[in-house]
Design a protein around this ligand. Sequence first.
Ligand SMILES: C[S@@+](CC[C@H](N)C(=O)[O-])C[C@H]1O[C@@H](n2cnc3c(N)ncnc32)[C@H](O)[C@@H]1O
Length: 305
Amino acid sequence: MAFITKAVAMARLFSLQAVAENACPRVDYDRAAATYAAHAQLLAQAGEEFLDQIPIKSGDRVVDAPAGPGTHTARLAKLVGNGGSVIGIDISQGMIAEACCKCSSLANVQLQCGELTAALRQQRSQSMDGILCSFGLVYLNHRSFLHETCRVLRSGGWLAVIENTKDTLADVNAVFLETVMDMPFAVAKRVSLHMPGSSGHLASQMARYSFKIVAAYDGQFELPCCDGNALMEYLTKAGVAAGYLDALAPAYRDQFLSRFVAKWDAVEARPVRHKYCAAIGIKQAKCQPFARLRRLLHGLGGIKP
Ligand SMILES: C[S@@+](CC[C@H](N)C(=O)[O-])C[C@H]1O[C@@H](n2cnc3c(N)ncnc32)[C@H](O)[C@@H]1O
């Protein structure tokens, strides 16, 4: 019987992969925008430590992509000073509204609501000194993003990326999947996230687009053990479940989330472990062999976005 239930669930998930539309993280981030900064403090701390390593200079023209509620945007603006500038881009109107409040006194910040890669396409070639991508790569097509960053940065400019790795939140994902197996009918959309496997994987992707890697590392942090309700509050208010919540059919969402909480509480309390990777690359003046060809093919549509 359990075998049949599992087979039905798997069939449903495969059919979703084939025909369903992608869930939209923007919807979930709009909902989490007002609570994100207060609840995602450990994520922000990992980002802050990463920022300390970026070769940013006073006077730099920088993109914060995505800006989220503007925490790093404000810090970048102070680091580049009045002679520099920061463009913060985010797809969520709610996040941009938060970032506007956070950066209201900073004259060198410009905030834009829009899709990241599309917004980068609007920037002139070689017009920027640095691009920070803090916990946003997962929502992007890596090739298109790297192609655009490489075009927009001047030679010697820096690209700094920090992102959750595929094995992040393993316990949470396992319970989510178990819940999906129980209630496959509750999933209405496809979850489409693109996490790098490790800092080595991220660095080699960047190197293919003419970036010389100057730092790369893997890291992790733990949220203390918490019960199912506290975990659910974290996942929703810190935007950690963005893209997963929108994948659930509204009619079954509450039932699904209650079952998830019950399943989490049914086993021994354990910490919630985030795993992430980071890499910093400097755009080289001379293209790597094949990088020029790759960029040309990309421009011609030969490499699929
Ligand atoms: C985890 S938050 C990171 C925010 C901030 N960079 C930080 O480190 O706190 C991810 C952000 O990416 C934004 N986002 C997701 N997909 C995007 C896209 N395609 N274009 C622009 N922003 C996007 C979300 O709205 C959200 O604000």
